[in-house]
Design a protein around this ligand. Structure first.
Ligand SMILES: Nc1ncnc2c1ncn2[C@@H]1O[C@H](COP(=O)(O)OP(=O)(O)OP(=O)(O)O)[C@@H](O)[C@H]1O
Ligand SMILES: [Mg+2]
Length: 253
């Protein structure tokens, strides 16, 4: 079971954001994607989640071509993501923001909603209990009632991660999750990502903090100007001379 990206190209007008990019993300592994600003990391996430069109190549989720999965069904195809800039409703409470993430599991139809039978009340209770557990695990229990707009970026990012985890995805795509996180929050993040991978979730991690990449990633793909420059373990890629220029963003781009 895997996400398979096969030789994809993504273009924005004349800009080639991704070119001939190939990678596989297996369940239970953490794969990091690193590279300088503008190298195509977020575009790769957008291609995998169907946010941008692919000009060539294909993305398959557990063997099913993404292009053949209708947009309405993609939400339940088992992929969750966070955004580089979390999209928040400033007036929502933390617990409401996280509740949105449970959507794929909230199975209530129109009649059930109108009649509110015991089964629905039970499932609501169940969702609330799972949300409380998740908030606790991510160290967000004490801010559950606070408004998103009042919180520092580190906490907002953790809430966004909680929302993505609530869907109990098979694959989790994290776009620079540690940006703005305190050391303590980073520690919680590392523990959570390790636990998820141990439970069989495939994690794709875009992260500028190479220390975190080294701690978490089984494998690393280095992108540069939309192309795969290097692959290997964090240790292996960091020994390559091209790594320094690409990673420090001093390529001639
Ligand atoms: N919606 C868009 N329209 C036009 N160009 C875009 C769009 N999204 C990305 N690009 C361009 O595609 C290239 C790759 O951008 P992308 O955001 O994927 O890079 P990134 O590796 O995530 O960079 P960063 O580290 O700054 O987040 C850049 O040249 C960017 O300007
Ligand atoms: Mg980006």
């Amino acid at each position: 079971m895997s996400i398979d990206v096969s030789k994809i190209d993504v273009r924005f007008g004349g800009v080639i954001a991704l070119q001939n990019v190939d990678l596989t993300l297996d369940r239970g592994e953490v794969l990091a994607v690193i590279g300088p600003n503008g190298s195509g990391k977020s575009t790769l996430f957008n291609a995998i989640t169907g946010f941008v069109d692919i000009a060539a190549g294909a993305v398959a989720i557990d063997g099913e071509n993404l292009a053949s999965i209708p947009a309405a069904r993609r939400i339940s195809s088992g992929i969750s993501r966070t955004f580089q800039t979390p999209r928040i409703n400033a007036t929502a409470s933390v617990e409401d923001a996280v509740l949105c993430g449970f959507q794929p599991h909230a199975r209530t139809g129109l009649w059930a909603g109108l009649l509110r039978p015991p089964s629905m009340r039970r499932s609501e209770r169940d969702l609330r209990a799972r949300r409380a557990k998740l908030l606790q695990e991510l160290g967000l229990g004490n801010v559950a009632k606070q408004q998103m707009g009042e919180l520092p970026m580190g906490i907002v990012r953790m809430v966004d991660i909680a929302r993505a985890m609530a869907a109990e995805p098979k694959y989790l795509l994290l776009d620079e999750p540690a940006a703005g996180l305190s050391k303590a929050e980073q520690h919680v993040l590392v523990q959570q990502v390790r636990q998820l991978a141990a439970r069989g979730v495939g994690v794709l991690l875009v992260e500028h903090n190479f220390g975190l990449v080294k701690r978490l990633a089984n494998r690393v793909v280095v992108l540069d100007r939309g192309k795969v420059l290097l692959r290997g373990t964090a240790e292996e890629v960091s020994r390559q001379p091209e790594f320094v220029t690409a990673y420090l963003g001093t390529s001639t781009h």
